[in-house]
Each structure stands twice: as structure tokens, then as C-alpha cells.
Design a protein around this ligand. Structure first.
Ligand SMILES: [Zn+2]
Length: 156
């Protein structure tokens, strides 16, 4: 068991990349209409991932054993980071590795559909506000705005 670990110290990273890559494929696989007249027809066509799992593994290794979130400087490792699209896919960003960045989980959640540049700008702007105001805005960004409200509460 320990000999195996010495043989391949990158195995945990490999496993994580395998899971990330599987998640990417799943997120962009073909989606069908589930009900109604169009049931069974393609609703969203599949988008092929423009890189291989091996290339994603290489990209992850190139981040280094320890690196910082490009936005908030939190220390990260290849096992602890979130994949972010510098330019969001919904805003014309590509799926290419060149558009990927390794960020902390919190920045990934806060950034939402902002570009990297817009998110940096937002962070700089918030720094000029009172700490309580910063806290309030970050908390609301983190909750995902009003989408966070449960449908039940809207109906009531
Ligand atoms: Zn961050």
C-alpha cells in the first residue's frame, strides 16, 4: 500500500481531475425535453470538452503544489480549488483551458456571471466601503441573490 503511494504521489490529484473532468462532460452533455410535445427531443445540444483528461491533469499539475487564488490570494492546492471560467460561458467565454482559472470556492461563488476583470473591479470598489457594508454585500452575493429564496416562500 505505501509502496504504491510512493510509486505514484500524484494519484490523489489524478483522481480529483478524473472527477472534475467527468463533471465537465456531464454538465455539457446533451439535454432532452422530459415532458410535453417535445419529449425526447434535444433541448440543449452537447458541447464537446475541447481538451482531454490528460491535458486537464497537466494543467492542474502546472498550478504547482501550492498557489494562490488570483482574486483574494487564499492559499490553494491541486486538491483544494474551484475551476472558474475567466469569461463566463454564458457570456461567450470558451471552454478552452486558456479560459480556466483555479480559484477559491468563495470567489467562485461570489464571482457568478462576472468576468475576472469585473469581479476584480467589484472587489476594489467594495474595499472603499465601510467593513459592515462590505460584509453585507458579500453575504448577499454569496447567497446568490433572490434565486436563493425557496419557491415555497414566493408562493406564500
Ligand atoms: Zn478567492
Amino acid at each position: 500500500m505505501s509502496a504504491k503511494r510512493i510509486k505514484n504521489p500524484n494519484q490523489p490529484i489524478k483522481t480529483r481531475v478524473h472527477n472534475m473532468y467527468g463533471g465537465m462532460i456531464k454538465r455539457h452533455e446533451v439535454k432532452y425535453w422530459k415532458t410535453g410535445r417535445r419529449k425526447g427531443l434535444i433541448r440543449v445540444p452537447a458541447i464537446p470538452i475541447p481538451f482531454t483528461e490528460a491535458e486537464l491533469f497537466e494543467w492542474t499539475l502546472n498550478l504547482g503544489p501550492v498557489f494562490r487564488c488570483p482574486y483574494c490570494s487564499t492559499l490553494l492546492t491541486p486538491l483544494v480549488f474551484s475551476v472558474d471560467h475567466e469569461i463566463p460561458l454564458g457570456r461567450g467565454g470558451s471552454l478552452d483551458l486558456a479560459n480556466l482559472s483555479a480559484v477559491c470556492k468563495l470567489c467562485n461563488a461570489l464571482k457568478g456571471a462576472l468576468t475576472g476583470e469585473e469581479y476584480r473591479h467589484l472587489r476594489r470598489s467594495l474595499e472603499t466601503l465601510h467593513p459592515d457594508a462590505q460584509k453585507s454585500i458579500y453575504q448577499r452575493l454569496k447567497s446568490g441573490g433572490f434565486r436563493w429564496v425557496k419557491p415555497k416562500e414566493i408562493a406564500a
